[in-house]
Design a protein around this ligand. Structure first.
Ligand code: URA
Length: 216
């Protein structure tokens, strides 16, 4: 079977609404943060469909025994927010995945070369190969940071087919790079925009997500 990168843009009105709020340049930082939290929540909800491992059992209701499905508490789950902007999506993701381990990865983009460099890496030496990993980063523009994150994760034993990326705006350069390198990967995004400008910003995009989340 040939693997292919899959990109889902869930057609949910709440995702469309919060994307519109985030895109609007007049949205103040406090509301922009709420938009990121809500997008993190709803995109994670979509991304965890058919990804969260479950176990079948029975429970005793007050009236009778009945079949029941629980999330498998033994299966390792990890969320990797790419700092800074990935932190904006973390709260929403974490409310749905309260048992997941959170591993911070700080990548900063050189404004001239657009190349990422790592300033914080809290990843473990080795992941259990069954670990489901959800990466959060709102903007997939040139793909440099996400490629660097995937390289760090796969070097530590993460299986790309068990990995989901949650972003808000994705652009073709990032999607092409990720597709060529990690064909089994699945991406959930609120939208796919057309272009990336010379400064590495997605157009129309929503501006600098980190600046707008943190107001700095
Ligand atoms: N990072 C951002 O915050 N915005 C973009 O448009 C691209 C990268």
């Amino acid at each position: 079977m040939t693997l292919q990168l899959r990109i889902y843009v869930p057609p949910h009105p709440l995702i469309k609404h919060w994307l519109a709020v985030a895109r609007d340049a007049a949205t103040p930082s406090v509301l922009f943060r709420s938009a990121m939290t809500e997008l993190g929540r709803w995109l994670t909800y979509e991304a965890t469909r058919e990804w969260l491992p479950t176990q079948e059992t029975t429970v005793e209701s007050p009236l009778a025994s009945c079949p029941a499905t629980f999330i498998d508490p033994e299966m390792p789950l990890a969320v990797v927010p790419i700092l800074r902007a990935g932190l904006g999506l973390l709260e929403g993701a974490q409310t749905l995945l309260p048992l997941a381990s959170i591993y911070h990865l700080g990548l900063v983009r050189n404004e001239e070369t657009l190349q990422p460099s790592c300033y914080l890496n809290r990843l473990p030496e080795k992941f259990d190969p069954q670990t489901r990993v959800l990466i959060t980063d709102p903007m997939l523009a040139t793909g440099g940071s996400m490629m660097a994150a995937m390289a760090e994760l796969t070097r530590r034993g993460v299986d790309p087919t068990l990995t989901r990326i949650v972003c808000v705006v994705a652009a073709p350069p990032a999607l092409q790079k990720l597709s060529a390198a990690y064909p089994g990967l699945i991406i959930y995004t609120a939208t796919i925009d057309e272009t990336v400008n010379d400064q590495g910003y997605i157009v129309p995009g929503l501006g600098d997500a980190g600046d707008r989340i943190f107001g700095t």
